[in-house]
Design a protein around this ligand. Structure first.
Ligand code: T46
Length: 135
């Protein structure tokens, strides 16, 4: 069973340069092939995103700018991770409930996803998620 502890921070290789750095997410940095890229921006500081789990989707979240908190729940345990560096991303495995909150002004959350958008992959009710985890 996937647990919150399986979701880890991955350091993104960085090319340092006095003119500005480049961080590169190449093939071997994350354990899936990216099929979709999207980003959250203009998020009000009191807004909460997420509030669901995915049956199969894996994601890699990067705070391209600013900061926000990600609360991960595996049905039994939860942990909170603050993302605030553009060269450190959070790998969220499938079957993990997540909430994103505490967005700083001007923050941008980039998401690399292992699949295209499929509403049927979502579990949007926490009790359904807990049942799914104990199936
Ligand atoms: C997660 C956080 C970081 C689409 O039509 N296509 C898409 O690719 C996406 C991501 C969303 N949508 C539609 C589906 C919903 O009607 O946009 C609406 C909001 O989507 P969602 O509930 O997924 O939004 P977030 O920001 O709460 O969550 C998304 C990811 O789905 C989620 O897994 O971790 O971004």
């Amino acid at each position: 069973m996937t647990t919150a502890e399986d979701c880890e921070i991955i350091e993104i290789p960085k090319i340092k340069d006095p003119r500005g750095n480049i961080a590169v997410v190449e093939k071997d940095v994350i354990p899936f092939e990216t099929k979709r890229v999207y980003y959250l921006y203009d998020v009000p500081s009191d807004a909460s995103r997420g509030g669901h789990a995915h049956k199969n989707l894996q994601q890699f979240l990067i705070a391209l700018s600013g900061s926000f908190d990600v609360i991960l729940h595996d049905g039994e345990n939860q942990k909170k991770i603050t993302l605030n560096k553009p060269n450190k991303g959070l790998l969220i495995k499938s079957e993990i409930w997540r909430e994103l909150e505490n967005f700083s002004s001007g923050s941008v959350c980039l998401v690399l996803a292992s699949d295209v958008y499929k509403e049927e992959d979502y579990i949007r009710n926490f009790n359904d998620f807990k049942l799914f985890k104990t199936r």
